[in-house]
Each structure stands twice: as C-alpha cells, then as structure tokens.
Design a protein around this ligand. Structure first.
Ligand code: WTA
Length: 657
C-alpha cells in the first residue's frame, strides 16, 4: 500500500504556520479544549450535546454494551429539524439569512430562518398528507437547490428517514437504492441547470420505477426547477408547488428518541453492492454542530459560510444542511459547476456574498491551480478568513496555492479527514490553536481517539506508517449498514478487534501529526468521491461483450485517482466489438449509464488474460503498474508468469486511446 518514497518525502515537510495571535484571541476553540476532552471524554460529549434543544433531556451519554452497536444520549428525545430551524426563530434569530441561493443561470433567492422554518413546516405537512410518518423512508433525488435542504429537514421533522441519491447517479443506481431502502416517496425535480443548460432528472426516476420495479413507492413529488417538458404519471406524480400551496404553515415538531434513524446514505465499499450507511439523530447532530463550530471557527452572527459539496454526499448532509443550520449560520448554496458561465464563477460568488469560511475539495483546488492564478486574482477575496479541504489527501503544493492565492496568505487551512461512516469530521487542525503543516490533517479532534497500527494491530510510534483506526466510539458514528448488521461488524470491526478500521493508510510524523495516505482496500477516490473497483467491474461484466474485467485506480494529477479498466472480451463477441476505440466509447458510456458519469473509466484496455495468483485473486498491483506506465513489479506469485508480458506486448502494439 504505502509508497515508501512518498512517505519519506512527506516526513520531510518542514513548512509550518503558527496561528496568528489575533485569530487565537477570537477563536471558538480555546486552549485547554484537548485536555478537557481527554480528562473526561463522555462529560465532554455531554456538554456538546447540551448545546442542542432536547424535548426530553438525556441522563445517559453512551451505551456500548452491545458493541459495535452504539447508543448515544439514548434516553433523551429531540427533533433534528426543530434544532436547525424553530429554535433560532424562538431565540430571536428569525431575521438572519439561513440560505443565499445562487442558481447557475444567475437567479437568486434568500431564506431567513423564519422563512426556512415556514417552508419546512409546510413541506412536513405535505409529506404527512402523503402518508409519511416516523421510520418511513423517503428518497431524495434533487439538484443543489434549496428544496433539497427543505425536503431533508421536512423528513427529519416527521421522524422519517431520508436517503439522498446524488443527482449525477444513473436511473439504475437510483433504482437499487430505492429498492434497498424500500422508499415510500421519491422527491425529485424536472431538472437542474448544469453548464449553462437544463439537465433533466425526472426521466431517471421514471426509468427507475418503470414496470412496477419499486412497488414500495406510492408517490413522486416533483419540484419545478427548469420548466422543461416532463413526462407525467398521474397515478404517482404530484407537483411540489401545488402541494406546498395547499399546505398549512403550522406544524408542531415532536420529540423523537435520540437513536431515531435520521438518514441512510449509500456509499461504495469493497464489494459491488453499495452499502446503506445508517445515521441516527442525537449523536449525529451533536458532533456535526460541534465540529462545524470549532473546526471552521464559526461566528454565526457575522460569518458567511460556503461549502461547495452537493447534498448527495455526506459532506452536503453534515456541512451544508445539519451542521450549519444547527448552528444558525448564514450560508451560500450554489447550484451549478465552477466554470459556468465563466471560469471565475466561484470567486465571483465569494466576492458577491462576502464569504468568510470556504470549504471545498482538493480536486477543485488542483483544477483551479492548473488554470492559473489570474482568474481568482480578478476578484476580491478579502472576506475569507478560514479555508477548509475535504475528501482526499491534499498535496502540499495545492495546500500552499490555496493558502497564498485564495487565502491571501492569512487564512488558516483546515484539512478535515472523515468518512460517510464517521458522519462528522474526526481529524483536523483547530484554527487559532494548531500550528499548520501543509498536507497533514494533523490531530484527532478533542473527544476523538484514533491510532495508527501495524498489521498485527500494534499501535505505532511517531515516524511510522500503517493503518488508521478509531479506538473509541464517537457520537456521529454510523449505527450500522441498513438491514445488514453482519456486513457492519465484518467490514469495520473485524480487521482489528474492538477498533474501527477506516480502510485508510496513514502515518505519524515525528511531531505526532497524522498524514492520511489514502485507501488501502479496493475503494477508489475519484475527485473525492468513493467508488469501488468491484462496482465498476460488475457494471462492465454486465455488458454482453465482456467476459472478465479488472479495474484499478491510477494516479491522476487532477482527480487524485481515476479508474482504468482491463477487460477480456468474449470470444464470440470480438468481431461485434470492433476496434479498441469503439470498445472504449461503448463500454465507458455503459459504465456511465449503469452507475453515473463519475464512474467512467479513463481508459479501457482489452487484454488477452488477467494476472492472477494461484488462488485466482487478480493481482491489481501489477495492473496498476501498467495503468501508470511504470515498470511492472514482482510477478513471482502469478499462476502464469507469462501473463504480464502478454499484456504489455499487446498494449505496446495495440491501438488504445
Ligand atoms: C478520503 C468524505 C485524506 C479517505 C467526507 C476516506 C481523505 C474517504 C480526507 C471517505 C482528507 C476524506 N485527507 N483523505 N482530509 N477526507 N478522505 O465517505 O480515503 O465520501 O476514507 O467521505 O475519503 O470518503 P467519503
């Protein structure tokens, strides 16, 4: 897993940026916070939880008797939506802007906390009128528009469970997610705006439900965003605006148990089938609110916050919807792509709204870096005071560029490590307290206990690399995999007993800072989005031409990693498949249709054989060498040592685009 060369390079990083004392004085996180959490971890979490409004206060912090199934604050009751909305209005913050929405075509809308509360109350009444109640699952398949947050909060308000499916996923991916969760309702839109054009969404829902494939679904609620022609099924479909117009603005939020499920979010694991990560209410909201406030140094009355993630990913759940709204923040939500209608659109938005806290992904930073600093330099970015990064390791060059060009050399950067499963940030610097080292996510947050271990599970000392584990339960931890408790235990808690294995490799530098090195399993990280090699392989072999497929993640300058596929064609299909160019086009589009455009392999190489061990396991390491055009490594454990030369000679002579 670990490339020893790059580890020692990282260990040599000697740039450090001490906090500015003027920042420290005003910072949310004050010295002593690590010691306080360490002295009594559960008391520390109880204190954070008490920042929320509880319909019924809790007496117990953690029940870990049935480990690895945790219950946090379990005898308390709360309403997640009430905490994100009504509470702010009741406490006099109703006129504060919650959301500044910027549509891609340039249309804008702002919602104050009062207005957002009314919208969510109406939406909750609409959902209740459609038979949605506690525990029911609602699939949400929307573009990045305020209705996405409104729909999620309305579901939460009723004690129901949302499953948000990223709008870039295909009809097939949507279908499997609706089916697995047995969703009763789907909330979608006619379409959204992307790259200057209306892009349809509703047809994918129609295809996912066609022919009674998802019998659990009783209605489809459709937001009108683009106004494009939309096919209509009068038996299921309802316009969101028609139902909202009829709905009452009165809705009293009821308290639900802290462990009431809040959402399922599907993510890729090491098998072909995405897993439904289950999160519950009290612990999740506690940790997202605490991290959002301390990691981003949120001063809710003056800051303008912007996280560029889509609500279809965990970052959008925790740091667009629940964290910022629980803290009463003012935030920007942007619908479109960074380069539409011009390459400076993001920086224009920062200038326009006076964004002070900005949270994005290394892929985006690297692509801006490639375009050159002239573009951001045209805008006034002086309002920025904290910058965040998430989704993949940020290389020190990109970190420095982010700091200098976007942050004007003065903003602390928080490189935040976490996962869909952890629910909230686990490792990050604290601005104002931490001396920053470019490229390192640095320390586990106060209240979080982590370690780096070797193959035998022994904790490693500074200066060594191994596997990243979490050693104590945490409030926003996943509560399991939807309807699959065994996969939860096996997938996360069996490799190192009593410890959660994150699937990432990491090292500790000489000062004890953590450097996350990326996945050690068969999970790819493409532009900060998780995809499993098995998922792409199973999409490929479902095509009639393909007999066998192996997918590896090749290093990509821009996206971190990108999938490269090796396929063996069925003998009777070789003629039909045509030349390599045709095979590439057809199979890449096939994967886009089966999973979504993000899963499209960068390249598909047709090979006569795949390298396998004697037990039949594909040796991906060797394929990765080929994909990255390196010299092929040790082949002695191959069942047939001639395979690699067969592959490399085929690739040297064959035309492959
Ligand atoms: C990777 C995204 C290095 C990691 C929030 C993890 C990171 C996976 C970082 C989770 C970071 C996320 N530095 N790697 N700051 N943040 N990762 O579930 O491999 O989409 O396991 O959650 O992204 O991806 P997920």
């Amino acid at each position: 897993m670990n490339d020893q060369g790059s580890i020692s390079n990282l260990l040599n990083e000697d740039r450090h940026f001490a906090p500015d004392p003027a920042f420290t004085v005003q910072a949310v996180a004050q010295p002593g916070i690590y010691e306080e959490a360490q002295a009594d971890r559960l008391a520390f979490w109880a204190k954070q939880a008490k920042e929320l409004h509880w319909h019924k206060p809790f007496n117990h912090v953690l029940d870990w008797n049935d480990a690895p199934f945790a219950r946090w604050f379990y005898d308390g009751q709360l309403n997640v939506a009430f905490n994100c909305l009504d509470r702010h209005v009741i406490e006099g913050r109703g006129d504060r802007v919650a959301i500044h929405f910027e549509g891609e075509p340039g249309d804008t809308r702002s919602y104050t906390y009062s207005q957002l509360t009314s919208e969510v109350k109406k939406a909750a009444n609409v959902l209740a009128s459609l038979g949605i109640g506690q525990g029911d699952r609602v699939a949400i398949y929307l573009p990045m528009i305020p209705e996405a947050a409104i729909a999620m909060l309305a579901v939460a308000r009723l004690g129901a469970v949302h499953s948000v499916v990223f709008g870039g996923f295909s009809a097939e991916a949507l279908h499997t997610r609706i089916e697995d969760a047995e969703a009763k309702l789907v909330i979608t839109a006619d379409g959204g705006f992307r790259r200057g054009a209306a892009s349809a969404l509703k047809p994918a829902v129609d295809e996912a439900l066609a022919g009674g494939k998802c019998p659990s679904v009783t209605n489809v609620l459709v937001v009108q965003r683009t106004g494009q022609e939309t096919a209509w099924n009068p038996e299921l479909d309802l316009w969101w605006h028609d139902e909202m117009a009829k709905a009452s603005q009165e809705h009293e939020a009821q308290g639900f148990d802290a462990e009431n499920p809040l959402f399922i979010l599907y993510t890729s694991g090491t098998t072909g089938k995405p897993k439904g990560i289950l999160h519950t209410s009290g612990g999740y909201l506690t940790q997202v609110a605490y991290t959002h406030k301390n990691v981003f140094d949120l001063h809710a009355d003056t800051d303008v916050y912007w996280c560029t993630a889509d609500v279809g990913w965990i970052t959008g759940h925790s740091y667009v919807v629940y964290g910022p709204l629980a803290n009463g923040a003012t935030q920007v939500i942007y619908e479109g792509t960074p380069d539409s209608p011009h390459a400076g659109r993001w920086w224009e938005i920062i200038e326009k709204y006076g964004v002070s806290i900005f949270y994005t992904a290394p892929t985006a930073i690297r692509s801006f870096m490639k375009q050159g600093r002239e573009i951001p330099d045209k805008f006034n970015l002086k309002s920025l005071r904290v910058l965040g990064s998430v989704g993949e390791p940020i290389n020190p060059e990109a970190w420095m560029w982010y700091r200098d060009v976007i942050g004007g050399g003065k903003c602390p950067i928080v490189d935040t490590w976490w996962q869909t499963e952890t629910g909230a940030i686990m490792i990050s610097p604290l601005p104002g307290l931490t001396t920053l080292t470019p490229g390192s996510a640095q320390l586990a947050l106060p209240g979080i206990n982590m370690a780096v271990v070797n193959d035998d599970g022994r904790e490693l000392e500074n200066g060594h690399g191994g596997y990243l584990v979490i050693t104590e339960p945490w409030p926003s931890m996943l509560r399991g995999i939807w309807r699959n408790p065994d996969r939860y235990k096996e997938g996360y808690w069996s490799r190192f007993p009593s410890r959660y294995f994150a699937g990432d490799g990491a090292k500790l530098d000489h000062e004890g800072n953590l450097w996350v090195l990326g996945r050690v399993d068969d999970v790819l990280n493409v532009s900060g989005h998780r995809l499993s090699t098995a998922e792409i392989e199973s999409a490929l072999v479902s095509h009639e031409w393909v007999a066998e497929a192996a997918v590896v993640g090749a290093t990509d300058e821009l996206t971190g990693q990108s999938p490269v596929a090796f396929v063996i064609l069925r003998t009777d299909q070789i003629e039909a498949a045509g030349d390599d160019k045709n095979i590439n086009t057809v199979l890449r589009n096939w994967v886009a249709k089966e999973i979504g455009p993000i899963a499209k392999p960068r390249q598909i190489m047709v090979v006569p054989e795949l390298p396998k061990t004697r037990s039949g396991k594909i040796m991906r390491r060797l394929l990765r060498d080929v994909a990255e055009q390196r010299e092929v490594g040790d082949t002695t454990t191959l069942a047939d040592v001639g395979v690699m030369s067969l592959i490399t000679s085929k690739l040297a002579t064959g035309a492959s685009d």
